[in-house]
Design a protein around this ligand. Structure first.
Ligand code: SF4
Length: 399
């Protein structure tokens, strides 16, 4: 099979299979993915190995969760005709690249990833003192670089991960990329040799050799035998360049309004405060009725501030502008009460969810369609992954 043509810039993003998705997932990632699939060559993957880095103990729900999650992807409008969907663990190439990156990634880089310490503190009750958890940003780097993605859509908190990926790409290129040297006269290479401190046997060789190209080869040998840090210094002082194996991806900062859940905290399945894309209308209405509001509105006649109210967050995203404008005004003057305001919001939210749930039903009734989409996407992704690993193995002399 030939490598798919890369006509447009490529984006890659993944999601851990947590099961049914909620409104927070929709506004935080999926809506953006839907837009990107029209502009970029898009690869979206099920990050099932990533799931195991924090939840290795009980994988019994992994497969049903993948199915539910990808059903939601398709229901919100992600389109297999436009984007490629695949399952990470179906491509062992990711594990191989991860392993090779592990060889070159200094421990200190991982320990300083901000989310590492944060998650150790936040995810209480889970055993996160594992090599897999510390190393998951390296696995992310393998996921991204495997497809030589130009952009990675991320929220603010994920930017350090993309930065780490860039550092790993740079270090890998330095370690295994071919040194490219310009054509220069013999005296030039003698000057370079003095500059980079070539001594002993190589120094003697340089003096004996008169041909400039052969002198350049001595520099090349010296470069190969130097530490990664020294190589970086040589390149910085203009000795030459390395042929990149991996391009450095850029973060594509996604417009992702943070949606609060029914209890006012960030919407999250694990907090039990989420409204799911697949919740039937009566469940949505019940959840909305129990939502936290502006705590200053204790009584019907108390004036409120919609900006502190999670119900208003939802109005802004799912209600038409005239309703948003009305709630914004009438909450402040206590003309509208919270009960009516919530009913109004639930009504518009249910309207918004209706076409998503219609599409969802198609895949619920024929779940094999979801797996077929993943199988076709995985095969497509495999072509790219194999090509990349062939280049990588050749560079690391593993052929
Ligand atoms: S009226 Fe609406 S926006 Fe204002 S506090 Fe009540 S629920 Fe929130």
């Amino acid at each position: 099979m030939t490598q798919p043509e890369k006509n447009r810039p490529r984006v890659l993003s993944g999601m851990r299979p947590t099961g049914k998705l909620h409104l927070g997932n929709l506004v935080g990632a999926l809506q953006n993915w839907v837009q990107l699939q029209d502009q970029y060559e898009s690869y979206y993957f099920v990050a099932d190995w990533h799931m195991l880095t924090t939840d290795y103990a009980d994988p019994s729900e992994l497969q049903p969760n993948i199915q539910e999650m990808v059903t939601d992807w398709l229901a919100v409008g992600l389109d297999p005709e436009k984007a490629t969907f695949f399952v990470q663990s179906r491509l062992p190439e990711h594990a191989e690249l991860f392993l090779l990156f592990c060889m070159i990634t200094p421990l200190g880089w991982l320990e300083r990833v901000p989310t590492y310490k944060e998650q150790l503190d936040n995810l209480q009750g889970r055993d996160l003192h594992t090599y897999g958890f510390l190393g998951y940003p390296v696995l992310q780097a393998a996921d991204i670089l495997m497809y030589k993605a130009d952009f990675v859509p991320v929220g603010e908190d994920q930017v350090p991960h993309v930065e780490l990926t860039r550092e790993i790409a740079r270090r890998f290129n330095l370690a295994y990329g071919e040194l490219l040297l310009p054509e220069r006269p013999a005296e030039y290479w003698d000057a370079v040799a003095a500059q980079v401190g070539i001594k002993h046997w190589n120094d003697l060789k340089l003096k004996l050799i008169k041909n400039p190209a052969e002198k350049a080869n001595v520099i090349r040998d010296h470069f190969r035998a130097s530490s990664i840090d020294d190589r970086a210094n040589y390149l910085n002082s203009g000795v030459g360049s390395v042929q990149d194996i991996f391009p450095e991806p850029q973060s594509l900062l996604a417009p992702s309004p943070r949606l609060r859940g029914t209890d006012g905290r960030k919407m999250s399945k694990s907090y039990g405060n989420a409204i799911f894309l697949s919740d039937p209308p009566e469940v949505v209405s019940k959840k909305v009725a129990g939502m936290m509001t502006d705590p200053a509105r204790q009584r019907r006649w108390d004036k409120g501030n919609p900006e502190v109210c999670p119900v208003f967050d939802h109005h802004k995203l799912f209600s038409p502008p005239e309703v948003v404008e009305r709630v914004n005004r009438e909450c402040r003057t206590a003309e509208i009460g919270c009960v009516d305001c919530k009913k109004l919001m639930a009504e518009h939210l249910n309207k918004f969810l209706e076409p998503i749930q219609e599409r969802r039903k198609i895949y619920e009734q024929a779940p094999q369609m979801v797996w077929d989409v993943l199988e076709a996407g995985t095969q497509k992704a495999r072509v790219v992954a194999r090509q990349t690993m062939a280049e990588v193995r050749a560079a690391v002399k593993l052929t």
